[in-house]
Design a protein around this ligand. Structure first.
Ligand SMILES: N[C@@H](CCC(=O)N[C@@H](CS)C(=O)NCC(=O)O)C(=O)O
Length: 238
């Protein structure tokens, strides 16, 4: 059976790590039975999670997991979409994953680090917890500086976040999904990023901006309920 290596969750969210939730959503939509294994990012072949174990093959990266499900198991997430629709999906997916994700990463590690430390590192005794967290926080700071986001002011970062959320809300509109009545791979990618902004316990202007758009909070709920409606048939229901 397929095995999904994923990060442990927190706060009662289906998964507090958006890319891990995306992989779960894609696997569920594909109809393939799978088993979840909780792991840390260093277990992934690229030092990140999720990763999918399929026999001898270990596939790191949610987009490559999607491709694997399409190529090997004939998952048809996006059948019938036009070239322009597929292009639209790529652009929004990358905006959420390569932009909104980093804004939320900044919220979690730089703006509100103690919430993150207490949720994910409470198993490590003091003073080691502080040392481990401090080292990882330094890495995140370096990443954000390299990416560019970390060079902006707090106000500018929240401004970028609000802009991205407004763009996604406008695009979803009355939906019910990104492309109408059926959830597609773009929904499996977008909704975990939005869930982790709107529902995690970081009381910031970013969460406030997400919650201001009823379109987004409704969309998150709808995606989660629709995509995982069949999970009772599969092992390890979250
Ligand atoms: N492009 C990757 C991103 C995966 C990713 O960033 N995973 C995070 C958790 S949501 C991670 O493992 N972070 C640990 C790290 O960067 O060291 C994907 O689509 O799977």
């Amino acid at each position: 059976m397929l095995k999904l290596m994923k990060l442990p969750t927190a706060w009662g969210l289906r998964n507090a790590s958006p890319f891990n939730l995306k992989a779960e959503a894609l696997l569920t939509m594909s109809g393939q039975a799978y088993e979840s294994i909780e792991a840390l990012p260093n277990k992934g072949p690229k030092g990140k999670l999720p990763a999918l174990i399929d026999g001898e093959q270990v596939i790191g990266d949610s987009s490559l997991i999607q491709r694997h499900l399409e190529d090997k198991y004939e998952a048809r997430f996006d059948d019938g979409l036009s070239e322009v629709e597929l292009a639209d999906a790529v652009a929004y997916r990358r905006m959420a994953e390569e932009w909104l994700y980093f804004i939320n990463l900044w919220v979690r590690w730089i703006e509100c680090p103690t919430i993150t430390r207490d949720a994910f590192f409470s198993g490590i005794p003091w003073p080691l917890r502080g040392l481990v967290f401090g080292r990882l926080q330094k890495d995140v700071k370096r990443t954000l500086h390299g990416q560019g986001l970390g060079r902006h002011t707090r106000e500018e970062i929240y401004g970028f976040g609000e802009e991205a959320l407004a763009a996604i809300a406008a695009r979803i509109g009355s939906g019910p999904f990104f492309f109408g009545d059926t959830p597609r791979s773009v929904d499996a990618a977008l909704y975990p990023q939005l869930l982790n902004v709107a529902e995690a316990p970081y009381d910031t202007p970013l969460r406030e901006a997400a919650r201001k758009h009823a379109v987004l909070t409704d969309y998150v709920r709808r995606c989660d309920q629709t995509i995982f409606a069949a999970r009772e048939d599969l092992p390890n229901v979250a």
